[in-house]
Write a protein that binds this ligand. Structure first.
Ligand SMILES: Cc1cc2nc3c(=O)[nH]c(=O)nc-3n(C[C@H](O)[C@H](O)[C@H](O)COP(=O)(O)O)c2cc1C
Length: 197
């Protein structure tokens, strides 16, 4: 049987979601998937990015990671998406990419794919679940198969207990988070394998 193909796609301004995506990509690879780690293109003006040292440094750190494209979405059997919470929904950079996917969606190129998501937010009740739900709403429009972690592993309880998907406090992605993300990635690989069999 061929390996399930997983696209780990992230947007990150300050590094938290980049770290989550790296951990997810590693776990998915170890679980037997063929993995593409992909970043979402920046849409904020260069002057804004360069105006904040932390933002500029993160942009430079991830510059060598390939940008996600519609072809990657068609290629993958499963998507692991990680994106910061912004005003209770996902960052607009990710939405801008999603809004380029009309032509592949129309051809059915996004249907029957396994889909899971993670996020981070500044505050413990800053909108994590709402962000994940907003992404899962999009997954439903695609006819993707949502693979929420639920409470299927002790690591989820230990890392904050979010059954919609792992969520970090900004800058606080730790070992417990790493275990929960690894579980979520492995679960995605399992489901993608079944869907693509
Ligand atoms: C424009 C903007 C809006 C934000 N909105 C929220 C919010 O609604 N709730 C919250 O807890 N944090 C909010 N934050 C904090 C981000 O969630 C935080 O910067 C992000 O999780 C860090 O992820 P990153 O390190 O991958 O960039 C906001 C940040 C920005 C810049």
């Amino acid at each position: 049987m061929s390996k399930p193909k997983i696209a780990v796609i992230f947007y990150s301004t300050y590094g938290t979601n980049h770290a989550i995506a790296e951990a997810a990509a590693k776990a998915a690879g170890e679980a037997g998937a063929e993995v593409r780690l992909l970043r979402i293109a920046e849409t904020a003006p260069e002057s804004v990015v360069n105006g904040q040292d932390a933002w500029k440094a993160q942009a430079e750190k991830m510059a060598s990671i390939p940008l996600a494209t519609p072809d990657d979405m068609v290629w993958a059997d499963g998507y692991f998406i990680s994106c910061p919470t912004r005003y209770g929904v996902s960052a607009s950079q990710l939405r801008a990419f999603i809004d380029t996917l009309g032509p592949v969606w129309q051809k059915g190129g996004l249907s029957n794919k396994a889909f899971t998501a993670t996020t981070s937010a500044q505050n413990a009740h800053g909108g994590q679940e709402a962000t994940l739900l907003s992404l899962y709403t999009t997954a439903m429009h695609w006819g993707a198969i949502i693979v929420a972690p639920g409470y299927t592993d002790p690591s989820i309880f230990e890392a904050g207990g979010n059954p919609y998907g792992y969520s970090a406090n900004a800058g606080g992605f730790d070992e417990k988070g790493r275990a929960a993300v690894a579980h979520q990635a492995r679960r995605l690989v399992d489901m993608a394998k079944k869907l693509s069999a």
